[in-house]
Design a protein around this ligand. Sequence first.
Ligand SMILES: Cc1cc2nc3c(=O)[nH]c(=O)nc-3n(C[C@H](O)[C@H](O)[C@H](O)COP(=O)(O)OP(=O)(O)OC[C@H]3O[C@@H](n4cnc5c(N)ncnc54)[C@H](O)[C@@H]3O)c2cc1C
Length: 395
Amino acid sequence: MKVIIVGGVAGGASCAARLRRLDEQAEILMVERGPFVSYANCGLPYHVGNVIEHESDLLVANEELFRRHFAVDCRTGCEAIGISPQDKTVQLRNVATGDVSTEPYDKLVLSPGAASVRPPLPGIDLPGIFQVRPVPDAREIREWIERGTSFLAGMEKYSGFQTVRPAMRAVVVGGGFIGLEMAENLVRRGFDVTVLEMADQVLTPLDREYGRLVEDFLGLHGVHVVVNDGVAGFEQAEDDSLTMSTQSGTSYPADLVILALGVRPDTTLAQMAGIEIGERGGIRVDEHMRTSNPDIFAVGDAVEVRDFVTGEWSLIALAGPANRQARIAADVIAGRDSSFREPRAPRSSSCSAPASRGPAPTRRRSTASVTPTTRRSTSTRTPTPGTTRGPSRSR
Ligand SMILES: Cc1cc2nc3c(=O)[nH]c(=O)nc-3n(C[C@H](O)[C@H](O)[C@H](O)COP(=O)(O)OP(=O)(O)OC[C@H]3O[C@@H](n4cnc5c(N)ncnc54)[C@H](O)[C@@H]3O)c2cc1C
């Protein structure tokens, strides 16, 4: 059986590792268009903040480890550019050379993630405006922060040699989890930070009262929080600094802007393959992570799943579900009967309705043994690829 996995970070890497554990014989090809596989997205803001000092500490596993330890044909800098469901082939492009090749598959797993929202606003492509998605984004932000200060690199750490730099100003557009993590880390880097949020509170999944507590806490750390206002555009001043204007007509000067406006499922390949896309814009999958094509699976930020509580279709852009879904796809491909947690029945408005009493029974985890990989013995513990661990925190 040949399995091709598109995307090599949270979902893709977890799926490859799990599948190898379940099936020693499967031919597994994992392609990733970026330069890294299996890295900690969740740590990117903390790398910007220097809490995670070295880029290498973000990398959970690498191409070499997948090849040698898991016998997975892992290719970075390799983009899937087309799927032919009839022929069961995937077209691959070498990002560096542009060479295109075709690979057949028996089963295909899509874990392409999500793309950051980047509205076509005036000035959005000006230098100094960043998003935080793959590792190179964090590298660019760090370089931007440190530009012109290379001779001082590291000097701020030494108490005997303090330098005075004008306070740098940052605007973070979007008060979600990633926006606030960036605010936290930019404060750590000495920025005067403003967070702009269009809703009437930051962290909109929280109740309003809790949102206010978070805003107060940000204020204690010197972050200016502006709610009920959206970004309208950017301009560059003569000294190269930026000015962000908002829909209410207010202007904010900035040396650095971070766009943290949310993400959209990447369904490009799925659409090419004629796979069903759901009402929330994600790839529609069943509880076994199968798409509308029975030989194609999809996991992670790109899919929509039933909300556990409401039963509604929903998008969950989090690492935990991506890893879990990836394991389920691998299980099912290896012949196991695994399924993603099914939603509870929607709550009835009647208190006496049996469906509203208590949680639905959860499925017991399968206890069948897992065949360990025996291709290479190793005395050191290998990290589990696919996880995107950052500083301890859960969502
Ligand atoms: C800054 C940041 C902080 C985060 N913090 C947290 C957190 O604290 N907790 C949490 O639970 N989640 C967090 N997340 C979200 C979490 O990282 C994602 O939910 C998770 O990585 C999704 O896994 P995925 O496999 O679907 O996509 P990804 O991990 O994004 O991987 C998708 C990969 O597919 C590749 N790809 C796409 N298309 C192709 C193609 N055609 N060919 C080849 N390769 C392709 C992409 O290059 C990408 O590397 C954070 C995300 C970010 C960006």
